[in-house]
Design a binder for this molecule. Sequence first.
Ligand code: SAM
Ligand code: GLN
Length: 282
Amino acid sequence: MDTRENVPGVERKVWDLIRELSHKLKDITSNPVLETVLLATKVLGVRKEDIISKDIVVSPEVENSIVKLVERRASGYPLHYILGEKEFMGLPFFVEEGVFIPRPETEELVEIALDLINRYGVMMVADVGTGSGAIGVSVAKFSEVIVFATDVSEKAVEVSLKNAKRHGVLDRFVVKHGRFLEPFKEDYGKIEMILSNPPYVKKNDRLPRDVLFEPPEALFAGEDGLDFYRAFFEKYSTEGKIVLMEIGEYQVEGLKKIVPQASFLKDTSGKYRFLYINRRFS
Ligand code: SAM
Ligand code: GLN
């Protein structure tokens, strides 16, 4: 029997370490092993595939760094803030504390938007509340549109610019700090399509522990979660435009009252998750 494994100061196989540490994440995630692997890749500076295929051995110092990251994650801190990025539409997006971590459901919004962009030859698109730039940067990347993005968070403006640069669309992604489309007042007439994944969580909703580390202004929108839509549609006319916004699962009835001209689209699991207005081509 090899008794070296638990002796401090001795090199260990990374897989033994991962197996042992992943137990610490059992209560916080349904993917404890995968998350531990990703945290180890962060410390080792290698790809996930390398951890799986190669017999990597770690020094006590490296082991210590991996343990620290796993313990941080075990406290509920979001995995992607530790990793510093999140994949969205197959692209790695920088994320950091203060910026919303893009969600897979929003990829469906981007797919629908790209379809509409191609179908109608849209050239000018707005992304209201761009966060990491997930929506705006990916529509710029996968089509030829020009994107006008805004966010009330300075940090989001900074991070979305880094992502636009990372994905080579800086020349077609303009982002400004401000509310709604106020920074682009002069350009409003030119904008053909408005995209947004706004905050839509009800003020008193209970959220998973890791979501509580994300910025509240990215999530919460008043008593019924509809404050953003109420304010946006009061301020802006949709005349001549296409609008596509993400919504919460049970918000259709409330939104019908606020935006009578809207229709609602289902996601691939059959839930109504998108508000759609087309007053440009119908
Ligand atoms: N679009 C990104 C995504 O899908 O990953 C971020 C979405 S996050 C749910 C909402 C974003 O809207 C946050 O970055 C927040 O700062 C921003 N925001 C909230 N209210 C806003 C407003 N009135 N005008 C502009 N941005 C706003
Ligand atoms: N679906 C998000 C969550 O996981 C909420 C996003 C939003 O408000 N746009 O909490």
